[in-house]
Ligand binder design. Structure first.
Ligand code: SF4
Length: 358
């Protein structure tokens, strides 16, 4: 559905019964277009070394308090095999941003190895930041088919309030990378944080129009959670209280579901961090993807982009049982052993001849 900037702003301002009506409409649209399935991406946070210094992120290069780690190839492949055994259907490889030749070669090798598991039955999402188009192509040709690169804010002025203004953190470059990913043929995802200091309803409405204009296949929306070891923390008093951030995130998900009915949308772990029912609420507002954490327990506490992350101590088995029960309680079910691609992307790929996979 097409919406004007003003119509989006009015929906994002909805409160009480109006907000409930918005969430109900979004759920109806999702069930009509996507059924009640939730797709899983087993998340492997395989390293937290990062070249960048994003002002909100606990992994930023300038944070000397975080213990740095990097999983071995064997560890990463064990996590991928576990995802396959648990029937997740897909994995997501995520790390701090690096662009050195060793890193690029290693990812290409790992993607190829993961594709060997059970004849290529696992789908692969990468979330490895800004790279050259040649690198994106190499990883795509190796077998990755989805890529998540969050813009964090589509407003250039706000972008530079949460990133240093230097050549390593260029807003224009980030947009160019999203365009490269789409050109390469990835199911491309992006997203923003909701409730940032200095962020207004106008910014958020602009973000939703940006997703639509870029015609992305996936979106991840989660509340901003201030991290005490980051420069942005000093503006924490400008951050809306947790309930308001949660409600705003739910409204963003719901409005986007109305605007882009067949894209994949992640119920981010950050939702559950600020509200024990946050992940379920996101699913009921229109999200349809969950990313259970497969990173070995001893490393998880060093992958805190934001503090107090939910489910950090759960084992994959506990996580799966918990998810099955929680989702059944809200009338949803996990679609096991499927890639769970975005129908919006596969339909578009049929039209354009882009590289869709089964
Ligand atoms: S948001 Fe990503 S690129 Fe920025 S500092 Fe954190 S891990 Fe690095």
């Amino acid at each position: 559905m097409d919406m004007t900037f003003e119509e989006i702003k009015a929906l994002l301002a909805a409160e009480g019964a109006q907000m409930e009506l918005l969430l109900k409409r979004a759920l109806e649209v999702k069930l009509r277009e996507m059924d009640n399935y939730v797709h899983l991406r087993g998340l492997i946070e395989f390293g937290n070394v990062c070249e960048k210094n994003c002002l909100y992120c606990g992994l930023r290069r300038g944070n000397s308090k975080v213990g740095r780690y990097c999983l071995t190839d064997d560890d990463v492949l064990s996590c991928a095999r576990l995802a396959h055994e648990l029937g997740y259907g897909s994995v997501a490889l995520q790390s701090g941003e690096r662009s050195d030749a060793d890193f690029i070669d290693r990812i290409e090798r790992l993607v190829k190895e993961i594709k060997k598991i059970d004849g290529g039955s696992l789908g692969i999402t990468l979330s490895l930041g800004e790279q050259t188009e040649d690198t994106y192509r190499r990883w795509f040709d190796a077998g990755a088919h989805r890529y998540l690169l969050r813009i964090e804010s589509s407003d250039e002025t706000l972008y530079y309030k949460i990133h240093p203004r230097d050549s390593k953190h260029s807003f224009r470059q980030r947009i160019a990378c999203l365009e490269s990913l789409i050109r390469t043929g990835y199911q491309t995802g992006t997203g923003v944080m909701v409730g940032l200091p200095f962020q207004t309803i106008d910014h958020l409405a602009g973000d939703l129009l940006f997703f639509k204009q870029m015609n992305v296949a996936m979106v991840g929306l989660g509340p901003y959670i201030p991290h005490p070891d980051t420069p942005l923390y000093r503006f924490k008093d400008l951050v809306p209280e947790a309930k308001k951030r949660m409600d705003l995130t739910l409204k963003m998900i719901a409005v986007l579901r109305l605007m882009m009915p067949r894209i994949n949308m992640v119920a981010a772990t950050a939702n559950q961090t600020i509200d024990p029912q946050g992940r379920e609420k996101a699913i009921l507002a229109g999200a349809n993807v969950i990313m259970p954490n497969l990173t070995p327990g001893e490393y998880r506490e060093n992958y805190f982009i934001y503090p107090d992350k939910a489910c950090v101590k759960d084992t994959p088995d506990q996580c799966q049982t918990c998810l099955d029960i929680r989702l059944a309680a809200i009338g949803h079910k996990i679609q096991y052993n499927a890639w769970g691609d975005s129908p919006a992307f596969t339909e578009m790929a049929g039209i354009t001849g882009a590289h869709a996979r089964p």
